[in-house]
Design a protein around this ligand. Structure first.
Ligand code: GLU
Length: 483
């Protein structure tokens, strides 16, 4: 049977990194086995689901390159299928109406708490007589539908990541609600999460349910539902969670968690996907840390997924992102950088494309994130700049004024300069001022950029020269030293 997997996000927020990582594992598994990857939007929570979140989830998956083969399917368009399943379970006497009011349930929980017992439904309406039911109905009570859970059962499954997992039926909180109370005259209302998921996974012929380990208790409940509906149970695989620095599940409280945030911060989709894979899986050649989705898919299997959660490590993500940025062709990287330059108000639209690509090539090795380009290239886009303290110290050293003065003369004579001109001029100044070449280079860098460190000096100079900005800067520097 061919592999069919799915990602089933609830559109109650933007695409979260945890969901995206689950999507990555599903995508890899599907592609490794030439299977099918299904997108299902679990939008039954009408109060919290929003269309814009669905759009965000879809565009986030697309941006990451996680294209789906079927869907998106929407649970709100499939409600009648869930109702049918509720009816089947009622007909089989595997489910029953429960008329408890919220107050009664609350009182029950309080009593359980006082007695030091775990909270859960005590199955009190499991065996109501017809008369008792009628009496509740006569009071106008609308029942929820509960699915019977055998407390004596031990639910065991072979998890494709965690090996054998077992769960006690008595730890599932009592008979579970599978349908809400009706709001109108129907016998019961909308079906709930666990039932809807099982109905869909059966209907969509899902063979492997790969999802976060926070769903383990749901899996135990869902296995009981598969049995009750006489359906084949899929293989379950629970992946470890992504943790914050405190070792807790990475959540909205940790700030950046949505895929959109990562995009805005200047991460490349290839790098983010690469990092998400590494967070829970190792390549068979464990020294290989940079790989594409396709390369990972060729090798991917669930046995190599870690059982333990992994802490999110920004430095590692930055490093991976930098590897992609450093090897990207300048024209392609320039296209990616332009929006960041524009957003920073830099006048890139006026710049010659060749000049921009040279600037990209010059600064690419210094970038960890696309956003770093704003700081790294600011000196090329503004007329004024600050001198760092160390640059100022250098510029005030004896002999530097004479060095800068002679360079200005050289530049004035040459107008537009070439790489050879810059070399010749540096050599000439070194000789005539009787100083070390390093001092000339440092004086030049400090004068042109206000810094002592930065990317290749000759290239920096040439790019400024092409803007006609080098001479002005050198003159400003002289004035600054004198002032
Ligand atoms: N809708 C669930 C969620 O967003 C996922 C359900 C599942 O994967 O079974 O967490």
């Amino acid at each position: 049977m061919s592999v069919r997997v799915r990602i089933a996000p609830s559109p109650t927020g933007n695409l979260h990194i945890g969901t995206a990582r689950t999507a990555v594992f599903n995508w890899l598994y599907a592609h490794h086995h030439q299977g099918t990857f299904v997108l299902r939007i679990e939008d039954t929570d009408a109060a919290r689901s929003r269309l814009e979140y669905t759009e965000n989830i879809k565009s986030g998956l697309e941006w990451l390159g996680l294209n789906w083969d079927e869907g998106p399917f929407f649970q709100t368009q499939r409600l009648d299928k869930y109702q049918q399943a509720v009816q089947t379970l009622l007909d089989k006497d595997l489910a029953y109406p429960c008329y408890c009011t919220p107050e009664e349930l609350e009182e029950m929980r309080e009593t359980q708490k006082a007695m030091g017992k775990a909270p859960g439904y005590d199955n009190r309406h499991r065996h109501l007589s017809i008369e008792e039911k009628q009496a509740f109905e006569a009071q106008g009570r609308k029942p929820v539908i509960r699915f019977k859970i055998d407390g004596d059962r031990t639910i065991i499954w072979q998890d494709a990541i965690r090996d054998s997992v077992s769960w006690q039926g008595s730890d599932l909180g009592g008979d579970m609600v599978i349908a809400r109370a009706a709001e109108s005259d129907e016998p019961y209302g909308q079906a709930l999460y666990n039932l809807a998921v099982v109905v869909d996974d059966i209907d969509m012929q899902i063979t492997h349910v790969i999802r976060g380990e926070d769903h383990i208790a749901n899996t135990a409940k869902q296995i009981l539902l598969y049995e009750a509906l006489d359906a084949e149970i899929p293989i379950f695989a629970h992946s470890p969670l992504i943790l914050n620095q405190e070792g807790k599940k990475l959540s909205k409280r940790d700030g950046v968690t949505s895929i959109d945030d990562f995009r805005k911060m200047g991460f490349l989709p290839e790098a983010l996907v690469n990092y998400m894979i590494l967070l829970g899986w190792t390549f068979p050649d464990s020294t290989k840390e940079i790989f594409t989705l396709e390369e990972a898919a060729a090798e991917f299997d669930l046995d190599r997924v870690n059982k333990a959660g992994a802490k999110f490590d920004w430095d590692k993500l930055d490093w991976i992102n930098s590897q992609y940025l450093h090897q990207m062709p300048a024209d392609q990287l320039t296209d990616l950088l332009i929006p960041y330059w524009q957003e920073a108000g830099y006048t890139v639209d006026k710049m010659d494309r060749g000049w921009l690509e040279s600037l990209t090539a010059l600064t690419a090795p210094t970038l960890n994130r696309l956003t770093d380009v704003i700081k790294e290239t600011s000196v090329f886009f503004s007329d004024s700049f600050e001198y760092s303290d160390e640059a100022m110290d250098l510029l005030q050293q004896e002999g530097v004024t004479a060095i800068v003065t002679e360079i200005i003369q050289g530049v004035s004579n040459a107008g537009s300069i070439s790489q050879e001109d810059t070399q010749a001029l540096i050599k000439q100044v070194t000789k005539s001022q009787k100083v070390k070449k390093g001092l000339v280079m440092r004086s030049l860098r400090a004068s042109l950029t206000g810094e002592l460190h930065g990317p290749d000096l000759t290239q920096t100079w040439l790019l400024l020269n092409q803007l006609g900005a080098d001479k002005t800067r050198l003159q400003q520097t002289l004035a600054k030293i004198a002032g």
